[in-house]
Design a protein around this ligand. Structure first.
Ligand code: ZN
Length: 624
């Protein structure tokens, strides 16, 4: 196949792009529905036994077209018992050795196996009623199965009332007590029986194996009765700050604590899919109002990291927030809390648990991809961890004034390349989080290949278009649990390009990208350049050409499967758009309107956004 060099093709592609943008401006998500919850919870904590009793009222609205005959709840803490699925899974990972290290989560290891009866975690249901009628239920380790005496009809609300008992496990992972390093008494995540999500795929009654979460959006009204000496932080807004104090009261006002040994901390968190809290008598609490309707809270101990590092978290957040909201969409809640936990970092709505004064940017950015987009993190961990990693690295790049994408995402690309080179641990990004063969494979794939997905999408559609996609994705899918198809549809509609091939190659396969410069020669005073596709993933190609007289030119070869071209990204270098490259051809030739001896440098993707596993054949410097 031959090129048809020249600017004629540019107008054709621009026309195509505009046409596609216009024809795809229909409304999204016809027939979309989701369930809704309203929790009212009351717990009474005994800080000497580390046990509490809980009362939970749940209004569960079935917006689905289905009649529900069963419901499921998560009982996460039953995982912290010897021989649980989480214990077995961690131990089996421990038998794999990768690069001389056991492949298990260093925080879990075989620790669950050794928990004593006072150290295990549990959530035991004492009673459960629906609309006043006792319901038969069965506890199956981390899942509670309820066979309803009467079905929940479409578009009706069922009222559940539950009584339960729980024991806080010795800190293993995410939730627990008395971690020996940070010495935080209580990290209370996954602490309440939580109804499973029911969506277009049905129930997600997923056993807890250390993977992440998927929950129903709704409102959480939480009362925590706990010893007066404890300071708390968590999701939501404290409703009774004047009875609590500890820095939550209006500045300079008098705190009126009720008599008795306990305080009742009353929180309200609207429109979230989870609720976390943490408690310790030695927390220092600092708060900072950083803009109208947004206060940051910091609960920390100066013994864990230098105090100035803790306070720096607030400064960095304040500094980055305008950029963050402009790039990924507004933060809609009135508070965000950075809390020292027994384990971290882990993200929750309106809060994060950190185990030191670092890693806060990543956790903060989860407020977008975990908190507000709320993708099923077990099915599509790359859309949560990968997008979050992308946003955090980009924010640091902005704060550090890194001038190139390459600089900002170097760590992420290097990690992806190490994954691509390892034969044993790569699996497609479609792999369910708990089913990856190795922990390392899960991490490198979801965090780093997932991050590279986004940076590389900028290469494919153009960085300014990627920015529009990020905002459109937020606007269209905020509070709606998007899946990969939903993201790709937004990206296609905004860019006007076909992107299904990118999904098929990058997400659904472990194929790799490798392009190279094959040869060049002169014909009739013009230079012909031949490129080769050596990998299995097709991509559009940018080729930077530098000439002896210091001028530059960008040769752009769209991928045929895109049916369009990205807009010009860099107006300072003239661009020539060539005929698209069909992926079934392993080589491609194009002609440059210069003599061969005028050429000084040729480079495929000088921006280094395309994750080419062998860059040695991408660049040619010519000395005449
Ligand atoms: Zn994360």
């Amino acid at each position: 196949m031959y090129l048809n060099a020249g600017k004629k093709t540019v107008s054709r592609f621009i026309f195509l792009l505009m046409f596609q943008a216009l024809t795809h401006s229909g409304s999204a998500q016809p027939g979309y529905w989701q369930q809704r919850v309203k929790y009212v919870m009351d717990i009474d904590m005994n800080v000497s036994t580390n046990r509490y009793t809980g009362k939970q009222q749940l209004d569960y609205t079935n917006h689905s077209p289905d009649t529900l005959r069963k419901v499921f709840y998560h009982l996460f803490w039953n995982a912290f018992q010897p021989n649980s699925m989480m214990d077995k899974r961690s131990n089996s990972w421990g038998t794999n050795t990768l690069n001389g290290r056991q492949d298990w989560d260093p925080r879990v290891q075989d620790r669950i196996q050794h928990l004593t009866p006072e150290e295990i975690g549990y959530q035991k249901i004492i009673s459960l009623k629906m609309n006043g009628v006792a319901q038969p239920f069965q506890m199956e380790e981390t899942i509670l199965e309820v066979s309803l005496t009467k079905p929940i009809l479409p578009n009706t609300t069922a009222h559940f009332e539950m009584e339960y008992e729980a024991q806080v496990p010795l800190q293993v992972r995410r939730s627990g007590r008395d971690n020996p390093d940070t010495k935080v008494r209580y990290s209370m995540s996954q602490w309440y029986p939580k109804i499973c999500e029911y969506d277009y795929e049905g129930w997600h009654a997923t056993p807890y194996l250390n993977g992440e979460f998927y929950g129903v959006w709704g409102d959480f009204d939480v009362n925590i009765h706990i010893d007066k000496s404890y300071v708390l932080g968590g999701s939501g807004y404290l409703q009774n700050p004047q009875e609590i104090g500890y820095g939550y009261e209006t500045m300079g006002s008098k705190v009126n604590r009720p008599a008795g040994q306990k305080l009742n901390w009353h929180f309200y968190a609207p429109n979230v899919h989870d609720f976390v809290w943490a408690a310790d008598p030695d927390y220092k609490h600092v708060s900072k109002k950083i803009r109208e309707n947004l206060t940051l809270h910091l609960l920390y101990k100066p013994t864990t990291s230098p105090e100035k590092n803790w306070l720096h978290i607030l400064e960095v957040t304040e500094q980055a927030l305008p950029f963050i909201e402009k790039t990924y969409g507004p933060y809609p809640y009135k508070q965000y809390s950075f809390i020292l936990g027994g384990d971290g970092g882990m993200e929750y709505p309106m809060a994060t648990l950190l185990n030191s004064a670092s890693g806060n940017m990543h956790e903060l950015m989860h407020s977008w991809y975990q908190g507000m987009l709320g993708t099923n993190e077990l099915k599509y961990p790359w859309m949560d961890e990968g997008f979050t990693q992308y946003a955090a690295a980009r924010n640091w790049g902005y704060l550090n004034k890194d001038t190139s994408t390459e600089q900002s995402f170097k760590k992420e690309y290097d990690a992806y390349y190490s994954l691509a080179k390892s034969r044993d641990i790569q699996e497609p990004l479609t792999t369910y989080a708990d089913y990856f063969n190795t922990r390392s494979g899960y991490q490198l794939s979801s965090y780093y290949k997932g991050c590279v997905f986004m940076v590389q999408l900028g290469y494919i559609v153009g960085d300014p278009v990627l920015d529009k996609i990020l905002l459109a994705y937020y606007q269209e899918w905020r509070f709606k649990h998007p899946n990969p198809d939903d993201f790709f549809r937004v990206a296609e509609k905004v860019s006007g390009l076909q992107l299904d091939w990118y999904d098929d190659f990058w997400i659904k396969s472990i194929k790799k990208i490798d392009y190279g410069i094959d040869s060049l020669w002169e014909v009739n005073g013009k230079t012909r350049i031949r490129l080769r596709m050596l990998g299995q993933v097709p991509m559009p190609i940018d080729v930077l050409l530098q000439f002896k007289d210091s001028s530059q030119e960008l040769a752009y070869i769209p991928l045929y499967s895109m049916f369009g071209a990205k807009p010009e990204e860099n107006k300072t270098i003239p661009r020539v758009v060539y005929e698209p490259w069909k992926w079934t051809s392993s080589s491609y030739e194009f002609e440059v309107n210069h003599r061969l001896t005028d050429l000084k440098l040729i480079e495929i993707d000088a921006s280094h956004r395309m994750a080419d596993v062998n860059r040695n054949n991408n660049k040619l410097e010519l000395k005449w």
